[in-house]
Structure formats: C-alpha cells, structure tokens
Design a protein around this ligand. Structure first.
Ligand code: GAP
Length: 559
C-alpha cells in the first residue's frame, strides 16, 4: 500500500492506494482518504496498517464441505463484542453492571429484529390464506398457566458445580449424568433443586387484595384461550393456523451464550389446527438437511443428510404434516440466505418431550458452541384445547358440516425464538474480508438495518446539496443513511459492517450528468445510474435482484 497525492480543483488530497492484478493487468485501487498534508497522511497510513494487521490476525473458521473458505465467528463472545461495537445489542443497563439474561437492542439491532419479525409474518401469515395473526397480553389469568400445566411442570433442575460453584440448568432426566456446562466439573447431586421457570408478579397495587400471576413463558397459550373467538370472527375452516409474535419470559437458572438463552425474549409461534387424522394437502418444499431421528440417536449413529420428502418416504418422519412444517421453517431460513449445511432436524426422544407434546422435532443450528435448538415443532394434539375446555367449562369445539362438533388437533406448533433467529442470521452473514480488511455483514437485503447509504465524495456545497436531496427522497420509502464524515473508504467499510447492500456515491460526474455510482456490498463492484432510477433499483435489490445484473440492464456500468 502506498500514498497517492491527488490534485482536485487546485487543492491537494492524499489517499492510500494499492495495486493488484486483474486479468493480467495491473490496476490501482484507492483504499482510504488520508488527509490534506503528507505528514498527516503518513501518520494515518501507519495507524491504518496497524488496525488492518490486528484484524488480519483474528482466528479463522471454515465452513465444512465444499463451501468456499470464509473467515467467520468461532466464538459467540466475539459476536457479542461486534454487536456492541456496531450498536446491534448491548447488555441491559450496562452503566449499572448489566443484568444476567437481559439485553437491549441498539439502533441497528432493533431494526434487524423488526425486519426478522416482518419477514416471518410476511412468509407465514401474509403470503398464506390459512393463517391469521393475533396479539395477546403478556400477563393473563393465572388459571391459564395452571390449566396449561406450566405451574406444575414448567421446571428445570438447578445443580451447583462442585468445581466452579456455578448453578447449572439441567432436566430431571439428566440428574446424575450431566457434567458442568461451564467447566466440565462434577455436579453436586445434593444441591439439586427443582425450580419453576415462570416469573411471578402481583396484579393490583394493594398487597392484601392483589393476585399472584405470571409473565407468560410462551405466547402459545393466548392462542388457545382466544381460539373460539378468532375462529368465529374470521370464519376459519380447518386446516388453519393462528400465529402470534410477542415477548416471553423465563427465569432461566443459567442464562448463557449471548442471546441464546436469555430471561426475556420474543417468540414467533403458530398453532396449526387440523381435523384429527387429516392428511396434509400441501406440497412439501424440497429441502435437503441433516436428519437426526430418535433411532439414530439411540443407536449412536451420525445424522444423515437427505431430502425431507425422502425422510417422510422412509418413515423417519412419520407424519406428512411434520415434514411439511419442518420444510417450510427451513425454507424461510434458506430464502433469507442461510446455508442448509449448518442446519439439522432432531427428533426428541420420549423422555425429552415436553409435558404437552406427543412428538417433537427441533430444528438445530451449528452454533459456535455446538448443535443447539434453534426452534421446536411440537405435535400438541388436543392437549391444550381439551384442558382449557375442562377447566374453563366452556365449549371450544368447532361445528363441521357433516361431522358435527369436533375439537381440532394441533398437529404442529412451529415455535421460533426471535433472538435465536437473530443469532443465526448474524452468524451466517458475518465475514472478515481479507482483501478489504474489514468485516462484511452479508445479510439478506430484506433484513439489513440500512437499505442504502448516501455518501457525497467530498463535503463541498454542490455535492452535499445533491446528496441531501437524494437522501430526503429515498428516506420516504427506505431506511437510508446519510454520511459525509471521513474518507470514502472508511465510510464504505462502516456500511459493510452494518450490512448495507448499496452505497450511493455522489461524485464530480454527478454534478455534470445527474448520475451516481452504486457500490455493491458483496463484490465492491460499482455501477453508474441516473438519479431518477435510484428508487426503483434499490427497491429491486431489497426484493433480491442482483445490483450488478440490474447495472447491466441499465447498461451504464462503470469500467
Ligand atoms: N410454545 C412452545 C415453546 O415455547 P420451547 O421449545 O420452550 O417451546 C420455543 O420454546 C423457542 O423459544 C425455542 O426453540 C427458542 O427459539 C426460544 N426460546 C426458548 N427459551 C429461550 C430462552 N431462554 N432464550 C431465548 N430463546 C428461547
């Protein structure tokens, strides 16, 4: 890398440049703006080189198989550090030392989280005819949680590690078998305590008359308690689903791994109701994934990669409905850019099934800390509706022409954790680019917090005027960002780290012919287009079209 002096409109500017070979020719690329004097430029160059060296020494992990080599996250704490630095996620109330299991989402994080929820709702509710969406309360009648079985059964065992003294969360069946999840030490069986995970609260400010209730540990129950009214209001016909996105709270014994196990989180859940024994009328999307059945687990076999439809044919997955929902949930992740090699489906062995479930498949993800549950798809049959019927004394049955009154079955309950999905998208997207020497967040444009950044090359009035006009126009439709501070290289790097798919540069030529350059995040290649086409092009990029292909269409590609 070397310093280049440029004379622009009679003034000197210094830049950092590098030469590289492309198709047999030596080319020069400007990397960063260094300042207006050689002395400042030399100091800045040294600083930049030091920073780049530090970044380049970060550890590497390669995705297995034939995947291209990528430098990605190998430790979840590195992701937490990155998320804090870029304003995605902070420990809550950090000025007071934080609070275990609680996190706050910064500007980029809040945006990304909202985009995840929007994409989920679009895919599972809006784009379908058979699913509707509700929004239930966080605190509800305490009888709901008695009826659902949560008061009696929603428990984990806390056991203290003999070595590191930390409390561990284990399930009852693991007592005597599990080792400490923090240090691998022996767990003290004598210290085992069975604890309910629900947060309690008092309804009513007067102690004498207040009633004990709970913060909901899942959104699902509100779907069951509102079932009859939603069915009648919407005139629903089986099969159908009721969806809900909202907060859930669990007083976890050992919150850990950044956003993976927290005490406050959000769920995106669907209860999918069918006539008992009814078959799935829908086509099963073609998804290939690692399949890990109970039989494979018992026989200590490896998970086998196969199409979900094949797993159904071979009766590894018993019900067509389960195959259908597993495929659709995976398809949602694949559609948003995830690599299916990092996903597997694992069936719950009998002793692992929740108190309400007759069969359950988890979709697991290859997290930096191992294969772990990303979401669960349980078959709840008529457990919930029949219990609520019994304990409320209300008839929750549907009247079906020719069949009479029936209580529908929940054949699948796809239950997503928003924060776990957030982690997956970040892990899939995060990449340290050796050539650029900065992190590039290759998030799907639908998910990215900022859709485009508007960057005047220099802060001169003519450039700024046009840039601000573009910004004012675009912000009416997209979440865009205006940045005129620092070298263009640094500004590109900042946007790469936020995942911004398009950077719009306003340069000398803009002043002459009302065109701007658009820089593609993934390739760094640039196209030049007319300002009047910006809205359309950005809209199409967000919908999934390639910026470079669009550039070829407008045929004004920059050499
Ligand atoms: N209604 C079914 C139900 O709640 P679950 O397996 O207990 O099932 C569903 O939870 C999903 O909620 C999990 O797969 C996970 O994505 C998310 N989740 C559960 N506990 C969590 C926690 N402590 N922190 C973050 N996400 C959690």
């Amino acid at each position: 890398m070397y310093i280049v002096r440029k004379n622009i409109h009679g003034k000197e500017y210094y830049y950092l440049a590098a030469s590289f070979r492309k198709e047999g020719r030596v080319k020069t690329k400007t990397i960063a703006y260094l300042g207006k004097t050689r002395k400042v430029a030399e100091e800045k160059k040294k600083e930049l080189e030091k920073e780049r060296k530090k970044e380049a020494e970060k550890p590497e992990k390669r995705v297995e198989g034939k995947e291209k080599k990528r430098i990605v996250i190998t430790n979840i704490d590195d992701l937490a550090t990155f998320c804090k630095r870029k304003g995605f996620v902070y420990p809550t109330a950090e000025i007071y030392g934080g609070l275990a299991g609680f996190w706050d989402f910064g500007v980029f994080g809040a945006e990304l989280k909202n985009n995840i929820k929007k994409e989920w709702k679009d895919f599972f509710v809006q784009e379908r005819e058979d699913i509707v969406n509700i929004d239930g309360s966080i605190i509800t009648h305490p009888k709901v949680w008695q009826t659902s079985g949560h008061v009696e059964s929603f428990k984990d065992v806390s056991v203290i590690c003999k070595k590191c003294k930390k409390p561990n969360k284990i399930e009852h069946r693991e007592l005597g078998k599990a080792v400490c999840e923090f240090c691998g030490g022996e767990l003290d069986k004598e210290s085992a305590k069975s604890l309910n995970l629900m947060f309690t609260t008092q309804i009513g400010p007067l102690e004498k008359t207040s009633v004990k209730s709970y913060l909901r540990p899942e959104t699902a129950q509100l779907i069951f308690t509102n079932f009859k009214q939603v069915v009648e209001n919407q005139r629903l016909k089986l099969p159908f689903g009721i969806a809900q996105i909202g907060k859930a709270f669990r007083n976890e014994i050992a919150p850990r791994d950044f956003l993976f196990r927290t005490r406050e989180f959000e769920q995106m859940e669907i209860e999918y109701f069918i006539m008992p024994k009814e078959n799935c009328p829908y086509k099963i999307p073609d998804i290939k994934v690692f399949v890990y059945s109970t039989e494979m687990q018992e026989k200590k076999k490896e998970a086998e990669e196969m199409k979900i439809s094949e797993a159904l044919k071979r009766k590894i997955i018993k019900r067509d409905w389960h195959a259908y929902w597993l495929s659709n949930c995976l398809l949602w992740f694949r559609r948003l850019g995830c690599n299916m090699k990092n996903f597997r489906i694992r069936q719950h062995p009998k002793e692992e099934l929740a108190h309400y479930s007759t069969d359950c498949w988890d979709i697991e993800y290859r997290f930096p800390f191992g294969w772990k549950e990303l979401l669960g798809i349980a078959d709840r049959a008529d457990y919930d509706l029949s219990r609520h019927e019994k304990f409320s004394g209300k008839d929750l049955k549907m009247f079906i022409e020719g069949k009479g009154k029936i209580l529908p079955h929940v054949v699948a309950e796809p239950s997503f954790g928003v924060e776990r999905a957030f982690l997956v998208f970040m892990l899939e997207a995060y990449e340290y680019d050796n050539k650029r020497q900065n992190i590039v967040l290759r998030l799907d444009p639908k998910l990215v917090p900022i859709k485009a950044a508007i960057l005047p090359i220099v802060k001169k009035p003519g450039f700024v005027k046009i840039a601000r006009k573009i910004y004012d126009e675009l912000k009416k439709e997209f979440n865009v960002f205006y940045d005129s501070g620092g070298s263009i290289g640094r500004r590109y790097a900042r946007q790469d780290e936020a995942g911004t798919p398009v950077c719009i540069a306003i340069d000398g030529q803009t002043l002459k012919d009302s065109t701007v350059t658009l820089r593609d995040r993934d390739s760094t290649e640039q196209i030049r287009i007319k300002i009047e086409n910006l809205k359309e092009i950005i809209g199409r990029v967000i919908k999934g079209e390639s910026l470079l292909k669009l550039g070829r269409i407008v045929k004004t590609r920059v050499k």
